[in-house]
Design a protein around this ligand. Structure first.
Ligand code: SF4
Length: 136
């Protein structure tokens, strides 16, 4: 299937109750709303899990980047189950390796350090989105 010029799906896990899930969601939103609004899109993970046909078609229409908050990899597993093609499986824990000892905030609110992690990681994800989309 030719995915060229189809929007890249950036799908974070839901990760309620963990700062890692909040980081994943904020990273995805930063990419699709601010950095790559014309070439990327996202969907609520729960909507994907429930097997909605319209969302399934959207997921299958372009390549996907998943962002997971823990090793259970809910976003990657759900997108895979929905028939999506995953170009990149990102783990928040991997991103945090560059910020050893930094406390990014709580499950409900990021602090300044947390937003810095979101901004810097989202920039890297945006570069991957552009590469996958075919802009670079
Ligand atoms: S990957 Fe981990 S943090 Fe994210 S939704 Fe699943 S269990 Fe929660």
């Amino acid at each position: 299937m030719n995915f060229m010029s189809n929007k890249v799906n950036v799908i974070p896990c839901s990760g309620m109750g963990k700062v890692h899930g909040l980081l994943a969601r904020e990273m995805a939103l930063k990419v699709v709303q601010e950095l790559c609004p014309d070439i990327s899109q996202t969907e609520c993970l729960a909507y994907i899990v429930t097997g909605d046909q319209e969302v399934g078609n959207k997921i299958q229409s372009g390549q996907c980047i998943t962002i997971d908050g823990c090793p259970l990899m809910c976003a990657a597993k759900s997108v895979n189950h929905a028939g999506g093609v995953i170009a990149q499986e990102l783990r928040v824990l991997d991103a945090l390796k560059s910020y050893r000892g930094v406390k990014p905030g709580t499950a409900t609110a990021l602090n300044e350090a947390g937003w810095k992690i979101v901004d810097e990681t989202a920039e890297k994800i945006a570069m991957q989105v552009k590469e996958i989309y075919g802009e670079e």
